[in-house]
Design a protein around this ligand. Structure first.
Ligand code: HSE
Length: 319
């Protein structure tokens, strides 16, 4: 068993899809406002299983252990290790709004999975720990959204921009001079509902354009080719079908682009929206994003973010 009797893990917010990479590209976020938009999960031994939920967004999270993603993740870890009879106390400090498009379900599940693995199965290599947590999180994501996509899970676990390849997640360098302005409006959209509006099939022409955008974006990020980022940071697959679920999105996007953003799209399934820009533009882009939602009677929390260098696997406290 572990030398530590209590493990606390912090997991960052993330952007799924990053416009051109539906289900295969995701970015961990480090907001410039300290302490916001993250989940923290603490796991310790107990006499019987217990779940405590606290924090700013606690009220939106299911409290029943069969529905709560932290408990589901902790139980899956226990099953994998054949330690079902070990009782655990799990505390979730919920700092991410649920149904926001900021990777809230991934953050809770990843933090809980990492913490439980570290408590019950310490000393694994980093590579094995990553595989262990990705396996658990694929299941919790499928439970939460109906699909086991890892575009939020991978950056949440590993930090930075992550591309899901046939060989697993691979880090893609994000140019330090590019910032992300992320606006999270005051309403929720369930990822399951946002996936239900997507077509099951697309035309060959659209598939080709989508592939060109994704490949072009990865190349543009590597070569710091901002013109190519501007041309490729586009979502042809999901955004056109989801825009109607997010009142104010079209206005927010138009405003951000007019204010100098290189690109703007829904964050994951929405309703949060992100825009990519250089430092000189962040104020105007922040105002434009917030105004788009205000015009539809919604407030939005706009935050300037950088790529988070550290994911949950590097934010473990052994207490
Ligand atoms: N790739 C997922 C989607 C992210 O767009 O449905 C959801 O968080």
């Amino acid at each position: 068993m572990s030398s530590a009797s209590r493990i606390c893990v912090t997991a960052p917010a993330s952007i799924g899809n990053v416009a051109a990479g539906f289900d295969v590209l995701g970015m961990a976020l480090q907001p410039q406002t300290p302490g916001i938009w993250r989940d923290r999960v603490t796991v310790t031994y107990a006499d019987c299983d217990a779940l405590t939920i606290e924090g700013r967004f606690a009220s939106a999270v299911p409290g029943h252990p069969d529905e709560n993603l932290c408990m589901i993740a902790a139980r899956l870890v226990r099953q994998r290790l054949s330690l079902d009879d070990v009782a655990l106390s799990v505390t979730l400090d919920k700092g991410l709004p649920a149904g926001s498009g900021l990777g809230s379900s991934s953050a809770s599940a990843v933090a809980a999975a990492v913490a439980t693995c570290e408590l019950l199965d310490p000393g694994r290599s980093r590579t094995k720990r990553i595989l262990q947590v990705l396996d658990i999180a694929r299941q919790t994501e499928a439970h939460a959204t109906g699909a086991g996509h890892l575009d939020n899970v991978a950056p949440c676990l590993l930090g930075g921009l992550q591309l899901l390849t046939p060989l697993g997640p691979r880090a893609v360098a994000w140019p330090a001079e590019l910032l992300l302005v992320v606006a999270s409006p005051d309403f929720a959209v369930k990822t399951r509902d946002a996936r239900a509006v997507l077509p099951q099939q697309v035309s060959a022409q659209l598939a080709v354009e989508h592939a060109s955008n994704l490949a072009g974006l990865i190349l543009a990020l590597q070569t710091h080719d901002f013109l190519l980022i501007q041309a490729t940071l586009r979502d042809l697959l999901a955004e056109p079908h989801r825009a109607a679920l997010v009142p104010g999105f079209a206005q927010a996007k138009a405003g951000a682009l007019a204010a100098g953003a290189l690109g703007c799209s829904l964050s994951g399934a929405g309703p949060a929206v992100f825009a990519v820009c250089q430092a000189a533009k962040v104020e105007a882009v922040s105002v434009a994003l917030a105004n788009g939602f205000t015009a539809y009677g919604h407030s939005a929390d706009a935050q300037v973010c950088q790529a988070a260098q550290l994911g949950a696997i590097d934010r473990i406290e052994r207490l």
